[in-house]
Write a protein that binds this ligand. Structure first.
Ligand code: ADP
Ligand code: MG
Length: 459
């Protein structure tokens, strides 16, 4: 019976804790969409919501630098997001609350990275926790190569991809691996924007030389989100060029991330571009459906969260671009389930995530995508599907493609669909659809498979 009692928020404090957590969750979601991911991770992941009494939200973090930074830079934004959620003005109070001692200088006394260097590396971002799939395995392998063999790897290593696909995770995985395996190595993780701010600061304080010395005195430099720099002043780019050149000549590993390939950073100086071209360039794409599923399952198990498979599939189908949103969805479900004291199910999921943006909203399904998923699911080459083979499983895959195209691309004519698959006559598509319906009536597992494909494509 004590379990009954302990489930209810029986004191006002407990209710305030829950309210604070829910409020913070909403603020967190909102801000995660407007603050660059690497900053967001560093400064917001360690914040705890302590109390919300309807007027004030009390937050704490255990690192005083983080608290200072949040106060100076983000207080307005946090207040704005909280007020928006509450529908009235909410004030924010920020508390520095030292937690467990930070791993102090013992192990790294020689390397002595600055305090700020330490807080920037999130220990959770490891290779082990990175789920691999076709979208990211090259980048994973390259990052691992740089981490295992930092003085003798492709240099620089340039990793690019859209926001939220795991670039920062991989960079920090390099740092974490090196901290574990080569503790004497000096590893510096630096978001480009931080570098820029430090440089401006140093100019103001007339301490540019000591800043340069600090950056040159590293064995591995992890330079995140270079696209922020590409738009900036010549002076910054000059300094970066000299820094990279220096490290390169000393055979120090440089890893850079950006949101697009170097040649597309239009305002980036040629000298920097050609420096990048001479190294290794790898990309990370948005994870495919299977990888999204695997990521969700892993994250849910890390959170100790029990999530039915149909919910995982729903999430993987609905959120297609950013891994961060998948995480945010799980966190939201966790809170909802705690609040409602009900296990997570599909219905709860749909309601709880009603307001989250569906990432593929309005996007037209394309023939290419249909080909890709059908080819993958039916284990038939795309070329075979478009060809004229009469082998049974190839014909089935071809019919499945036409069926999906007819049902998911309303703007396409039957003739257009037929032509997309190398046929001339629009009745081919009608025939294919009829055939698929017959088969699905007979074979329920085929029907389920087609429904899943169509969900995957639709979102
Ligand atoms: P980016 O730097 O490309 O914007 P992040 O590295 O910040 O993206 O990733 C966003 C979030 O998604 C992080 O919490 C990260 O751990 C997670 N994530 C991204 N890709 C993967 C993956 N393949 N496996 C596990 N987690 C991932
Ligand atoms: Mg990032």
């Amino acid at each position: 019976m004590h379990s009954e009692a302990s489930k209810l928020p029986d004191s006002q404090t407990e209710q305030e804790n829950i309210d604070a957590a829910v409020m913070w969750q909403s603020v967190y979601d909102t801000l995660s969409r407007s603050i660059p991911a690497n900053f967001f991770n560093i400064f917001f992941d360690s914040v705890k919501a302590k109390k919300y009494d309807g007027k004030q939200l009390l937050l704490s973090a255990d690192n005083d630098k983080i608290v200072d930074h949040l106060r100076n830079r983000y207080l307005d934004k946090i207040e704005e997001a909280a007020s928006h959620t509450a529908g009235k003005s909410v004030k924010i109070a920020l508390l520095h609350e030292p937690g467990q001692a930070e791993p102090a200088s013992e192990s790294s006394a020689v390397a002595a990275p600055s305090d700020l260097d330490k807080i920037t590396i999130n220990p959770k971002y490891t290779f082990d926790r990175f789920i691999r799939g076709p979208s990211n395995e090259h980048a994973y392998a390259a990052a691992l190569g740089a981490a295992e063999n930092p003085s003798d790897y492709h240099n620089p290593l340039y990793i690019y991809g859209n926001v939220g696909v795991g670039k920062t995770h991989l960079m920090m995985a390099i740092a974490n691996r090196l901290i574990a395996n080569k503790p004497s190595y000096r590893v510096k993780y630096s978001p480009a924007e931080t570098f820029q701010n430090e440089l401006y600061d140093a100019i103001a304080r007339k301490s540019v030389n000591s800043l340069k010395a600090r950056y040159r005195n590293v064995d591995v430099l992890l330079f995140d989100d270079i696209q922020f720099i590409a738009e900036r002043a010549n002076y910054i780019q000059e300094e970066i060029f000299h820094l990279f050149n220096f490290l390169y000549q000393q055979k120090k590993q440089i890893v850079i991330s950006g949101d697009r390939p170097p040649q597309q950073l239009a305002t980036l100086h040629d000298r920097l571009q050609s420096r990048f071209q001479s190294g290794l360039i790898v990309d990370i794409k948005a994870p495919n459906f299977e990888t999204r599923l695997a990521i969700l399952q892993r994250k849910a198990s890390e959170m100790n969260l029990s999530v039915p498979m149909e919910v995982h599939k729903y999430l993987a189908a609905r959120f297609t671009q950013h891994v961060r949103i998948l995480e945010a969805a799980l966190i939201k479900l966790q809170f909802t389930s705690q609040l409602e004291k009900h296990p997570i199910d599909l219905q709860m999921t749909k309601i709880a995530l009603r307001d989250m943006p569906s990432e593929s909203n309005g996007q037209q399904v394309s023939i290419d995508e249909i080909l890709r998923v059908v080819s993958r699911t039916f284990h038939v080459n795309e070329d075979e599907i478009k060809g004229s083979s009469r082998v049974e499983n190839i014909v089935l895959a071809r019919h499945a493609c036409m069926y999906l195209a007819k049902n998911l691309i309303p703007t396409m004519s039957l003739k257009g669909i037929a032509e997309a698959f190398g046929k001339t006559d629009h009745t081919t598509v009608m025939h294919a659809e009829k055939k698929m319906i017959e088969l699905m009536d007979k074979d329920n597992s085929l029907r389920v498979q087609m429904e899943e494909l169509s969900n995957e494509l639709k979102f």
